[in-house]
Write a protein that binds this ligand. Structure first.
Ligand code: FES
Ligand code: FES
Length: 144
């Protein structure tokens, strides 16, 4: 159906042409996160300035779902205030649990295509890897 096609197209697009793959310049947060089920790992780098995510980039090895999710996540949170990025992360967790989500005021962009992952429960950890890294980094920053 339409959602399945969208799911595949959007994931393959981000996998083949990742947005924000690389290193953030200057001072940054670095968060390493691994998926214990497969051993794949990504490193997320973020620069937080004036309460906003000024830059976000990622590196690492993983499957198409984990890398495309990292690409979409960095694209979505760049420029967002920290609280909004954390709210987006909560919404994403709910989405992965198959809950109905209220996206008012937030532009999820391509991320909605990842809803397709909920049909493959074994892959949910792949989709959430980069998000966990983002959440951990922002929480550490807030408590620093
Ligand atoms: Fe192996 Fe994602 S954990 S397919
Ligand atoms: Fe390892 Fe998906 S198979 S992150």
């Amino acid at each position: 159906n339409h959602l399945d096609t969208l799911y595949r197209q959007v994931i393959m697009d981000h996998y083949k042409n990742p947005r924000n793959r690389g290193e953030v310049e200057g001072d940054k947060l670095k968060i390493d996160m691994n998926n214990p089920t497969c051993g794949d790992r990504i490193q997320l780098q973020m620069k937080v300035e004036d309460g906003k995510i000024a830059d976000a980039k990622f590196n690492g090895e993983g499957c198409s779902i984990s890398l495309s999710s990292a690409s979409m996540m960095t694209q979505a949170v760049k420029g967002l205030p920290v609280e909004e990025a954390l709210r987006m992360s909560d919404l994403f967790s709910d989405m992965m649990l198959g809950k109905d989500i209220d996206t008012s005021g937030l532009d999820l962009g391509d991320i909605e295509a990842l809803q397709g992952v909920t049909k493959f429960p074994a892959r949910i950890k792949c989709a959430t890897l980069a998000w966990k890294a983002m959440e951990q980094g922002l929480n550490e920053e807030e408590n620093a």
